[in-house]
Design a binder for this molecule. Structure first.
Ligand code: PXG
Length: 452
């Protein structure tokens, strides 16, 4: 058997990791995750770790689901791969498109398949421009996005995203993208009434559209709740105002549902939670619970009809668009979510329980705010909460807390000095208790380390 040390040495020699400082990584060594069951991971040293992040916000039905394994096996035997180009399709692809049309809001009945969330947003970038060109308004090209948003790592994904360090590498964003502020009340609007802040930040969209000219603006893109940006939950006033503005100025509303989709908020989509009516929705992650890579763009009827009647080809698509094995697994995953009533259970039982338990951490000396929505949670760490004072080096504190937490048997993700949680949707109440217990121990350990 290969030892952990041997695996780590080979990894360091040959594997370039995503979003990783490799010098730092080589010093610490990688953690080798070996197997998983339910909500628990097991590393190569035999440690059992509660996965508070559902992989990377994606393993919604938990690990080890035989239904998904069987769906993949059966489909691979029947037809592992065929494409959707050249007037072809496959039965699992058709079935998944049908299921998604049923789950999506009533005005959405088409899907364009991709292999990931980034590809979905790249598709959206091209699709909105193509759509307006088909409508005879080719000058409607600008896409408005938000600071600190995450829309993926491809050129369009990273450009639409609002992560400065990503833009600094390789001259991004590409032209044609404008940006407004995020509705991050705790970090950027703390002195204001939250609802007044939400309204004011939403109205930045209107001001931006007016500055550019509505005849030049194609779309506005945003995550219903920003995930990788730190679980930024907008005040109640935010989304209705955004919807109003998009309607008034004829701007396509694009919801990036890559994290919020498939039950994370206690509704099927974050858009359902906030009562908005997007024209396009990017999906991935929870679509297959991460068992196989698959994503897509859900397309509103009026856009699909425009494309279908344009008499033109949309010159866009991927080898793996509508991949039959990935589609079969995604279908089986949606069936589990439906048959087991997982989304309703998140809404009625788990989200209130999670909120109640996690908010008990707000009394900790390091915790400035705990916020949750559905099974998304954020714990904001502060240097001095009585003065609303953040740490100078937020990232170092978040990384330290993350490492302590994994050592204590809980995966939390640090975004700056905000600790993030997004557990599998099948987590049990006693596992939520364990999660919160380990999170508290990690905060206590962190406080000791920071004082030393
Ligand atoms: N949109 C959103 C809202 C996302 O969260 C993507 C698009 C891109 O999806 P793909 O499948 O191309 O990765 C994402 C992905 C993190 C982290 O550290 C978050 C994501 C990916 C990797 C890391 O929180 N989100």
């Amino acid at each position: 058997m290969t030892t952990t040390a041997e695996l780590q040495a080979l990894d360091a020699q040959h594997h370039l990791h995503p979003f990783t400082d490799h010098g730092d990584l080589a010093k610490k060594g990688t953690r080798v995750i070996d197997r998983a069951e339910g909500v628990f991971l097991y590393d190569s040293e035999g440690n059992k770790i509660l996965d508070g992040m559902a992989g990377l916000w994606c393993v919604n039905v938990g690990y080890g689901r035989e239904e998904l394994i069987n769906a993949a096996t059966e489909q691979m035997r029947q037809l592992p791969y065929y494409n959707s180009f050249f007037q072809c399709t496959t039965p699992p692809t058709i079935e998944l498109a049908r299921q998604l049309s049923e789950l999506a809001p009533a005005h959405i009945n088409h899907v364009f398949f991709t292999g990931s969330g980034s590809e979905s947003n790249d598709t959206i970038f091209r699709l909105v421009r193509h759509f307006w060109a088909c409508k005879g308004k080719p000058e409607k090209k600008v896409i408005i996005a938000r600071n600190n948003a995450y829309h993926g790592s491809t050129v369009a994904g990273a450009s639409l995203g609002g992560m400065k360090p990503m833009h600094e590498q390789g001259d991004l964003p590409v032209p044609g993208i404008e940006r407004i502020n995020q509705p991050y009340w705790f970090g950027e609007g703390f002195d204001e009434d939250p609802n007044a802040f939400g309204l004011r930040v939403a109205q930045e969209l209107e001001a931006k559209i007016k500055a550019i000219g509505e005849d030049k603006v194609a779309a506005f893109i945003a995550e219903p709740i920003q995930g990788a940006g730190g679980v930024v939950i907008p005040p109640e006033t935010y989304w209705p105002e955004i919807q109003r503005i998009c309607d008034v100025y004829e701007i396509l509303l694009v919801a990036d549902e890559v994290i919020c989709g498939f039950g994370r908020t206690g509704e099927w989509f974050g858009s359902d939670y906030f009562g908005i009516k997007p024209d396009l929705m990017a999906i991935a992650k929870g679509l297959s619970s991460g068992y196989l890579p698959i994503g897509g763009v859900l397309v509103a009827d009026h856009i699909a009809e425009t494309l279908k009647s344009s008499g033109e080809e949309f010159y866009h698509g991927f080898t793996y668009s509508g991949h039959p094995t990935a589609a079969a697994v995604a279908s089986a995953n949606l069936k589990i979510l439906k048959d087991e009533g997982i989304v309703e259970r998140v809404k009625n039982e788990l989200a209130p329980y999670f909120a109640d338990k996690l908010k008990q951490l707000a009394d900790h000396e390091l915790v400035g705010e705990v916020r949750t929505l559905g099974l998304l949670g954020a714990i904001e760490l502060m240097k001095d909460k009585s003065k609303h004072e953040f740490f100078e080096n937020k990232g170092a504190v978040g990384t330290l807390c993350r490492d302590i937490s994994v050592g204590n048997g809980l995966v939390m993700r640090g975004v700056g000095s905000t600790m993030i949680l997004s557990p599998p949707l099948v987590i049990k109440k006693e596992e939520i208790d364990l999660l919160v217990e380990r999170a508290r121990k990690s905060l206590d350990d962190l406080a000791i380390r920071l004082k030393a």
